[in-house]
Design a protein around this ligand. Structure first.
Ligand code: HPA
Length: 271
């Protein structure tokens, strides 16, 4: 994506927003309800924003919601773009570039993920400590525009240590039980085979999902700090003797929604 396209989308949004959002939120499957809690919301459907892709998957509304959350100015993506929908990594990550251009400094990414770590259970929340890019590509491949970030970005702290520490403290404070672990990003749209889940475990993964990795790479390229939270919506394939379904993913996220909402709101408050 060209820098000029990013600027154009940001200019369009700046005409409709009056304040600068410091925090960006990407809300995963079934977690978009958090955007409904934003006060005095300005809602902008993706199809109105120049060069923004449009989401197709069930459970993703497809709009930017800007406004106040826990006393902070935020901009939330209610619905995200996935590689498996047919968008290239450029499109998948375009909104993150635009957020950066809007002035966002901290990106909170959320997703639904399958539990690989056998000590997890469906319904757990997991602070992402690190990720493994198993998506067969990288959104930064191609010429590097140094206005957006360095050619060879450091990924040694992809998920901010400070933010992870803060998220842990807050979980303790409000008595929410959280796990921590490594997120393995696969392309989907198939769920993994049991052998692929074993592979993810051998590689050091604790959860598998179909998003997040490209957005986080681009956020780090642009110098944003990142906090990632997964909702373990199911145990990954082969762990329990039952097939996986999108319905199960949505049902579990619905069950933990209240917990998830209060958790993220409390984190946002303390940023
Ligand atoms: N695998 C990949 N992505 C997912 C899963 C899973 O088990 N659950 C929710 N998103």
């Amino acid at each position: 994506m060209k820098y000029e396209q990013i600027e154009r989308a940001a200019r369009y949004l700046n005409e409709r927003f009056t304040k600068t959002p410091k925090i960006g939120l990407i809300l995963g499957s079934g977690l978009g309800v958090l955007a409904d809690e934003i006060e005095e919301p300005v809602k902008i459907p993706y199809n109105e924003i120049p060069d923004f892709p449009v989401s197709t998957v069930e459970g993703h509304a497809g709009q930017l919601v800007y406004g106040g959350l826990s006393g902070q100015e935020v901009v939330a993506m209610q619905g995200r773009f996935h590689f498996y929908e047919g968008y290239d990594f450029d499109k998948v990550t375009f909104p993150v570039r635009v957020m950066k251009e809007l002035g966002v400094e901290i990106l909170i990414v959320t997703n639904a993920a399958g539990g690989v770590n056998e000590s997890f259970k469906a319904g757990d929340l997991m602070i992402i400590t690190d990720h493994i890019n198993n998506m067969g590509g990288n959104p930064l491949i191609g010429p590097n525009d140094s206005r957006m970030g360095p050619r060879f970005p450091d990924m040694s702290e992809a998920y901010s240590r400070d933010l992870r520490q803060l998220a842990k403290e807050i979980a303790g404070k409000i008595s929410i039980n959280v796990q921590e672990g490594v997120y393995v990003g696969n392309t989907g749209p198939t769920y993994e085979t049991p052998a692929e889940v074993r592979l993810a475990r051998v590689l050091g993964g604790d959860a598998v999902g179909m998003s997040t990795v490209p957005e986080v790479i681009v956020a780090r390229h642009g110098g944003m700090k990142v906090l990632g939270i997964s909702c373990i919506s199911n145990m990954a394939a082969g762990i329990l003797d039952q097939p996986l379904s999108h319905d199960e993913v949505m049902e579990t996220t619905e069950l933990v929604r209240a917990n998830f909402l209060s958790y993220v709101k409390e984190i946002v408050k303390s940023l």
